[in-house]
Design a binder for this molecule. Sequence first.
Ligand code: CS2
Length: 527
Amino acid sequence: MELVAADAARLAPERLASLPDAVTRPTYDRAALRVGIVHLGLGAFARAHLAAVNEAALHAGAGVDVDLGWGICGVSLRQTDTRDALAPQAGLYALALRSARQGAGLGAGAGGGLQQQIAVIGCLIETLVAPEDPNAVLTRIAHADTRIVSVTVTEKGYCHDPATGRLNLQHPDIVHDLAHPLAPRSTIGYLVGGLQQRRAAGRGAITLMSLDNLPGNGHLLRGMVLAFARQLDPALAAWIDASCAFPCSMVDRIVPRTTNEDRRAVARALGLHDAWPVVGEPYLEWVVEDQFAAGRPDWAAGGARFVSDAAPFESLKLRTVNGLHSALAYLSVMAGWATVDEAMAQPALKAYLAALMQDEIMPTLPTLPGLDLAHYQQRLLQRFENPALKHQTRQIAMDGSQKLPQRLLDTVRARLAADMPIDKLALAVAAWLHFLRGVDEAGRRYDIQDPMAAELAQRLAEAERAVDARSAGPAAMQAWTETLIGVTAVFGDLGDDPRFVRAVSQAAHALRTRGVAGALSAQGLLT
Ligand code: CS2
């Protein structure tokens, strides 16, 4: 990573006044801001939504009646790189929202037909690296000013069993944290340790808010926290249960990993070097249940939508945006399409994704009053086509064992329960299985990047024994598929459903014998 460009001054509070007029910057009294939100998992995703919306709420209140108790302390649970990049900038960073489309309400031009609007975000006022000082994180959570602890630690950060949603008490981090609660490693260990200190200090209950791409993310977080706390101290568990709040939420904004090219482009636009800007799309939906134990900022002023039940929004988003993303990613990695926009330029893939959404996903969704489904679908495909993001298909493909259940398998279950066909979903599932082989159609090897990689590799080796190198016939591919979907931590009991086995085997056979292009054309969508 290129941390500091040789020739540009660093983004810093005293240089905010020199930014070009088109760049938004803090207008509230930043020096007076206090930490009220502790955020675990200081990745690009949280910096592009939670912090951006929180910033907008501070702007909206600036000069009026703003509560300056809503600054954010960002905690990295493992790496030092984000802190190392942001601490010399006093936590300031640029959020660049990019698109190529005209009329998207964007300001400063980025050249090359792309549009980008940049905001310097100021509400991140403290950054911690948990392993360097675990107690500092526990103390922050326990601090009297802290009212919300929010979490983006990706699916695998919950240490749960993806198929059952239960805390995995055998998870090495959980085993460690139960033995060393004052120096935890896991998100759950930090949350419970911080709450334990809070309670011991006689401080009030707070809100724990998951913003990860998981259905019922608040319920899941609550379940993990309570299960862990019960092991440690049942009275603490009872206190958390009775007084803390765990709202569910749905967040939707595409935020690819920042590249050095992004750093250079942002430096050109700012006239200052930002070691870790965040790049995302202009689109943002944040739907959150209005259940907070100790108040909340006015996030509605920044575009958040407060609801009493986030579940229908979560299903819509996880099954469409993320379901399509994963389907696209596995097929694209195999076919050698490196970015989402490159993949969307393949007519057969685009037709498949549109049909997957229209024919198999949408009919499983609850109705959402006021949602124009046709517009939503069209908009989603356009978002994927955004050429300004260069979202890597390999990035989306990682951690499939943690993603498949809510993105594709819940939809499969809903359709099977109604006896509806699943051919298009089955191709996406088969694409993941095929992806696990770690080699694309051009023979290039890649790392599958999955917390279950070892177990999956073992299963795959077993499955491959069923397939003769010269002829992967339908029966052999059925045995291959059965072995892989026998991984119950991912598939639950779906492996016992002959309709699922048949559909996935057929798709796996098509992928193996005819490649991605052949398997897509077997769907018969382009005439
Ligand atoms: C993506 C998501 O990486 C992934 O798995 O599907 O991060 C996706 O970009 C966001 O959920 C969009 O809101």
